[in-house]
Design a protein around this ligand. Structure first.
Ligand SMILES: Cc1cc2nc3c(=O)[nH]c(=O)nc-3n(C[C@H](O)[C@H](O)[C@H](O)COP(=O)(O)O)c2cc1C
Length: 351
């Protein structure tokens, strides 16, 4: 099939496959660089990184590739502090802490790294591509990135969000379907009103904006990529498929869960972070389910569940880990980033 060239030309890459940014250590510099070296665009999920760590990771990527890569941040929305909600959630978390053999930690000094400081670090680093989710940047921020030589990619989960992002001057828009693994990028609507599948969302966004559209959510192999192109996308952004790659930093227990039959049972939950995200249903999600509507906002809940998630990861205890995965994750297979990109390219050439 004819491979669309709008994104490849503008990003300076060969194949319109973007390895999704996946904050929390999954998108190692090795994974990012390997995808870029294979002709796609690797992305560093830097949403949880302090500026110094971000700088180091960017240096590491640059030492591994001369090709373009992306860095991704979370656009913040100030949370409402509610001590009662925090206590209610913590009382439930204490049960998990007991099982994991840890104590409730002291309150965190801050709930998340400063976005302003992260943003300055990225502008100073003059990264080839900057992508973001959870909100919109203002026009001045987009201009600063462009002046620094960075291509700018925003994330939309509805047509209205895509139109709003285009008005800020972004170069491209990720259309994130409800099938997608990880956090919902929704910022203009209650999340329940923005659960539109990739197949429905992509053509509507492609009709509504003039900038290139990047399809994301449930795309695992060449078939999904070809379908996305037919729907009007100029590139794809794939997360779950790259979680299983050798270079990924995903916890082995997470990778095992993805390969299990149970990976078909994903759900959207606020339990881990306070923000809706899609992952494999486990005990943490079901035991927190009755608190869903009264949990602290993101990133407060995220900060308070950190000790539980960290202990569970260390103990390889998947029932208390955030096992982010898209609805098609079961199609994933263990491979290398280079092979995954090459297989998709071969498939596209064959159809
Ligand atoms: C483990 C994981 C972490 C993610 N973290 C981020 C992130 O930091 N920033 C972001 O823009 N998207 C993030 N996403 C969402 C991806 O960008 C993308 O929309 C999603 O993976 C597409 O669905 P798929 O997993 O079915 O390919 C994450 C997804 C996963 C699976």
């Amino acid at each position: 099939m004819k491979i669309p060239s709008r994104c490849t030309k503008s990003l300076g890459i060969e194949t319109p496959i973007i390895q999704a940014p996946m904050a929390g250590g999954t998108t190692t510099p090795e994974l990012v660089a390997e995808v870029s070296n294979a002709g796609g665009l690797g992305s560093l999920g830097a949403g949880y990184m302090a500026p110094a760590a971000l700088d180091d990771a960017i240096d590491d990527i640059r030492s591994l590739t001369e090709r373009p890569f992306a860095v991704n941040l979370f656009v913040p929305r100030p949370p409402t502090e509610d001590a009662e909600r925090v206590e209610r959630s913590n009382t439930r978390l204490d049960i998990f802490r007991g099982e994991l053999g840890i104590e409730r930690p002291v309150p965190p000094e801050r709930y998340a790294p400063s976005f302003e400081a992260q943003f300055e670090a990225v502008v100073m680093a003059r990264v080839p591509v900057f992508s973001f989710t959870f909100g919109a940047l203002d026009v001045t921020q987009v201009e600063r990135l462009k002046d620094a030589g960075s291509g700018v990619i925003g994330t939309a989960t509805t047509v209205a969000e895509a139109v709003a992002l285009e008005k800020t001057g972004v170069d491209m828009i990720v259309a994130q379907g409800s099938d997608a693994g990880g956090h919902r990028g929704t910022f203009l609507h209650p999340f329940e009103q923005a659960l539109i599948g990739t197949m429905s969302l992509v053509p509507q966004v492609a009709d509504a904006v003039t900038v290139p559209v990047i399809a994301s959510g449930g795309i695992m192999d060449g078939r999904g990529v070809a379908a996305a192109f037919m729907l009007g996308a100029s590139a794809v952004q794939m997360g779950s498929a790259f979680l299983l790659c050798q270079e990924s930093g995903a916890n082995p227990a997470h990778q095992r869960a993805l390969l299990d039959e149970g990976a078909v049972d994903t759900t959207v939950t606020r339990a881990f972070s306070g923000k809706p995200a899609r992952g494999i249903r486990n005990r943490f999600i079901t035991d927190m389910a009755d608190l869903e509507s009264t949990l602290p906002d993101y990133p407060i809940q995220n900060a308070w569940t950190k000790d539980v998630r960290a202990a569970a990861s260390k103990q390889r205890q998947p029932e208390f880990m955030s096992l982010w995965a898209g609805q098609a994750a079961r199609l994933g297979r263990q491979t290398t980033a280079r092979q995954l990109v090459a297989d998709i390219r071969d498939y596209l050439r064959s159809v």
